[in-house]
Design a binder for this molecule. Structure first.
Ligand code: IMP
Length: 207
């Protein structure tokens, strides 16, 4: 089973690949760079994570025949900021994606929220799997609850990882190992929901 991961974010592709390999070693991961000489700019203008994941999957389904497509859209939802940065997580500080600037902006906005309970947040991931002939598609949502740290810690992961402390831990995702993150992340939870579909496809079952 060849699965094209619809993302040019290498951190995400690596994470999704690691999680899928745990579901079944037979899954072969393709990234956009394996398919395109020049990776296209995939439109993501929807107002929901699921809308954007579907838009990415459908866009790529038209351009890449024969592969399963796995598209995700994810982001950080901060309660004190009325759900921001949300679907705009990647470009929160400006049109050019810049993780460092996004973190600076978010920490600045969080300065007035000094109580622990004011800093609650969650990562959300909408994951869409589309069959090669686009006849079938499946969607799942995964969430990872936690809180926003007062300062950046750790240099693991990507995006907002250095300022996100998952529930049940006292370290940020930037400090925790990728194996811990891959067990509890929003992406892991969404893929877990889709894992039965993967297993059925790999075993030649009708889905
Ligand atoms: P997408 O590529 O459009 O889904 O944008 C996702 C953005 O949300 C990323 O660029 C990050 O800023 C943020 N994000 C999503 N998942 C994570 C994560 O696991 N850790 C840190 N940041 C994340």
């Amino acid at each position: 089973m060849k699965v094209l991961i619809a993302s040019s974010n290498l951190g995400k592709v690596k994470e999704i690949g690691e999680i899928l390999k745990k579901i079944d070693k037979k899954v072969e991961i393709l990234s956009l760079k394996d398919i395109f000489d020049e990776v296209p700019d995939i439109p993501e203008n929807a107002r929901t994570f699921t809308g954007n994941a579907l838009a990415k999957a459908n866009f790529l389904a038209k351009k890449s025949a024969g592969n399963w497509i796995l598209a995700d859209d994810s982001g950080l939802v901060v309660s004190a900021l009325k759900g921001n940065p949300g679907v705009r997580s990647a470009r929160y500080a400006g049109e050019i994606k810049d993780d460092k600037k996004n973190i600076e902006k978010l920490l600045g906005e969080m300065q007035e929220f000094v109580e622990e309970e004011q800093r609650s947040a969650h990562f959300c991931c909408a994951m869409v799997l589309v069959s090669p002939n686009t006849e079938k598609s499946f969607a799942a949502i995964g969430k990872c609850k936690g809180k926003i740290a007062f300062e950046e810690k750790g240099d693991g992961g990507f995006g907002y990882d250095p300022i996100f402390i998952p529930e049940g831990y006292d370290k940020t995702f930037g400090e925790l190992s990728s194996s811990v993150k891959n067990k509890i992340s929003h992406r892991a939870k969404a893929l877990e929901i889709l894992s039965d579909i993967f297993k059925d496809v790999l075993n030649g079952g009708e889905i």
